[in-house]
Design a protein around this ligand. Structure first.
Ligand code: PRP
Length: 205
């Protein structure tokens, strides 16, 4: 049995479809219920739905053998897991954005609002720029509009949120997509099963 942590939401639905096509179906997963745990003995899989940002925790600690997490989460929290494949889903990018016309004169500490403090710190450290991180949990785009920050470091998918809030991209930090990750011990003890799953998924993406 392989235990698979799926990110709840649109990305998780896409990932499950891919797994189903790869031969790891578990029809109950699609039932519109509030159950979070599903098992298909026939296909040797047990699925659980978890918050997208928690997938890596379940996998790192071995509650799940494998899971699917965004590259943003992997870069931010650096969980001790193996990254097995880029599934090519959930494509977006991490960017630095600011109100239109903003220019960083470098004269004072730059205030950066973000959910991704580690990624932002690393980005600016590489550039030798002193910053003050303002950690928020959502609606990051509003921070510079209210003078809470100078810039933001956040995820952009369609660009609609930035556009509708009169913000513009200053730089791309890193492209993001969903990755198949595995627990290190599970990879050792369930090698054949995990590799089979990885190969089948890679064959589809
Ligand atoms: C993400 C991200 C942006 C938005 C970008 O937010 O933080 O706000 O999506 O998408 P777009 O470029 O297609 O407009 P999310 O929906 O996860 O909500 P939150 O960050 O406000 O919690």
């Amino acid at each position: 049995m392989i235990n698979i942590a799926l990110p709840k939401g649109r990305l998780g639905d896409q990932v499950y479809s891919l797994l189903e096509t790869a031969g790891y179906g578990c029809p109950a997963v699609r039932e519109n219920s509030r159950r979070l745990l599903f098992e298909s003995e026939k296909n040797g899989v047990r699925y659980f739905w978890v918050k997208p940002s928690d997938v890596a925790i379940y996998v790192e600690r071995g509650a799940a053998d494998v899971g699917v997490a965004g590259k943003d989460i992997l870069l931010e929290y650096e969980p001790d897991v193996y990254e097995l494949a880029d599934l090519g889903l959930g494509r977006c990018r991490m960017v630095v954005a600011a109100p239109k016309g903003f220019y960083d004169t470098g004269e004072r500490t730059l205030r950066v609002a973000t959910k991704f403090g580690h990624i932002a710190s690393r980005y600016y450290a590489e550039r030798g720029r002193e910053i003050d991180i303002i950690r928020l949990n959502g609606s990051i785009e509003i921070a510079p509009l209210l003078g809470l920050s100078d810039v933001i470091v956040d995820i952009v998918e369609t660009g609609t949120t930035l556009r509708e809030n009169d913000l513009e991209v200053l730089d791309t930090v890193v492209p993001i997509s969903a990755r198949l990750i595995a627990n290190k011990a599970a990879f050792k003890f369930k090698t054949a099963a995990v590799e089979e799953l990885t190969q089948r998924l890679k064959g589809l993406v």
